[in-house]
Write a protein that binds this ligand. Structure first.
Ligand code: PLP
Length: 414
């Protein structure tokens, strides 16, 4: 059991500070960087399993039948998938499944030992070419637009499907409005006023609706739970509508959106409070409750290590240049997340002055952090970004022909 100080809420048994030095799975992070070179992602894969178990157990404690799936877009490393696979044999209560969002992800999940019955597909703007792969695979498909119900129905009449709905409100930590479900139209999910038309389209093609799907959140911690609860109100109503229309509903899948604490003062999401909301909303419907987190399962397992290649004062600002760029960690650019960085060898050193952490991609906004307090730092130091195991490692590009970071996986199944 690791006691986590308020100032480092991202710490856990697999990524922690001992004697001032950052350790990943018990190995010295700076030592890993020197031995394997930078930029380097180091993963404590065991953390993914710990998070999956914690979520599953909280849902079960609340009296729910849990169906936990990893949103594969967040982490697709075979090492991570093997660890999750080991949590339970297909069909067993402990098993964790996969939510896939592309034909490639469906194939990848099958190739890594997940059965079609354990894979749910929730994609967007799915083409006939996509269906060439998805349909024969036999995975359960959640459809998110009226026209997609038509397309899938023409191709696969009589199949069992889920409907992804959009309740018009959502929650994104650090943002005023959810990108998935808010007052402004988004590309995801069937609106309540179109539910009748969706059911009609499903009926016309003999599609059987057994799942209601919604994804409305991102990065939720306890502060966001009341808004999450409120956003579920129309979802409950839509589930009742489906049941009233005779749909054999067996699961409400509430998507992902669970956050992990990163900055001083943040606390881990209270999973029992999260599960209690779901139990209050859905127990009476007699359905299983699905959750398909990405960040929650994957963030805390990964650390990015980069070497400092320059430290310079520029018009009064201290620029710290790294041998890593947005091409290997662009989640923060896409979503505006604030990163948590430190010097790996002095991970508990207090901030001395403000720095701008810049990357080695020739774009002006290749900046990891601007004006952030940072300890004294020198060329050759190793800088670590913690809790970047979700999305970042997979969202890389070869822009500027900078190569991908190396990856090192440690954990109980490796
Ligand atoms: C349909 C769906 N499910 C699950 C997720 C995972 O979200 P998160 O990583 O915030 O848990 C996403 C992310 O975009 C998504 O679109």
């Amino acid at each position: 059991m690791v006691t986590v100080p308020d100032s480092r809420p991202w710490e856990h048994a697999g990524v922690r500070v001992v004697g001032g030095r950052l350790l990943v799975a018990g190995r010295d992070a700076e030592g890993l960087a020197r031995e394997h070179g930078t930029p380097l992602y180091a993963f404590d894969v065991t953390r993914v399993a710990e998070q999956a178990r914690a979520l599953r157990d909280a849902l079960a404690r609340a009296g729910l039948t849990p169906r936990v799936r990893l949103a594969l877009k967040a982490q697709r490393a075979p090492e991570v998938l093997a660890t999750l696979r080991a949590l339970g044999a297909p069909g067993s209560p402990g098993a964790v499944g996969i939510d896939a969002c592309s034909p490639g992800e469906v194939r990848h999940a099958l190739d890594n030992g997940f059965t079609a019955a354990e894979i749910s597909f929730t994609g967007t703007n799915v083409s006939e070419r996509d269906l060439d792969v998805i349909a024969p695979a036999g995975v359960h498909v959640n459809l998110d637009l009226l026209s997609q119900i038509e397309r899938y129905g023409r191709r696969c009449p009589g199949r069992t499907i889920g409907l992804r709905v959009n309740p018009r409100s959502g929650v994104m930590r650090g943002h005023a409005e959810s990108l998935y479900s808010g007052a402004r139209p988004t590309k995801f999910g069937i609106y309540e006023e179109d539910l009748g038309a969706a059911l009609e389209a499903a009926r016309r093609h003999g599609l059987i609706v057994d799942t209601l799907h919604v994804h409305l959140a991102n990065g939720m911690l306890d502060d966001e739970l009341p808004a999450f609860d409120a956003a579920l109100e129309p979802v409950t109503r839509m589930a009742e509508t489906l049941l009233g229309a005779g749909c054999p509903l067996r699961e409400v899948n509430v998507g992902g959106g669970l956050g992990t604490p990163l900055h001083a003062g943040e606390r881990p999401l209270d999973l029992d409070a999260y599960a209690a909301i779901l139990a209050r909303r859905f127990t009476a419907l007699g359905v299983a409750v699905g959750a398909e987190p990405g960040e929650f399962l994957a963030n805390e397992c990964g650390v990015l290590l980069a070497e400092v290649v320059s430290v310079e004062e520029r018009l009064g600002a201290t620029f710290v240049g790294l041998d890593a760029g947005w091409n290997i960690m662009n989640d923060a650019y896409v979503y505006g997340h604030r990163l948590q960085a430190m010097v790996a060898a002095r991970a508990d050193a207090p901030g001395r002055g403000e720095v701008t952490l810049a990357g080695h991609i020739n774009e002006g906004n290749d900046i990891f952090a601007a004006g952030e307090p940072f300890p004294e730092v020198h060329e050759g130091d190793i800088v670590a970004f913690v809790s970047v195991g979700g999305y970042c490692p997979g969202m890389w590009t070869d822009h500027c022909l900078r190569p991908r970071a190396s990856m090192l996986y440690f954990g109980e199944r490796i």
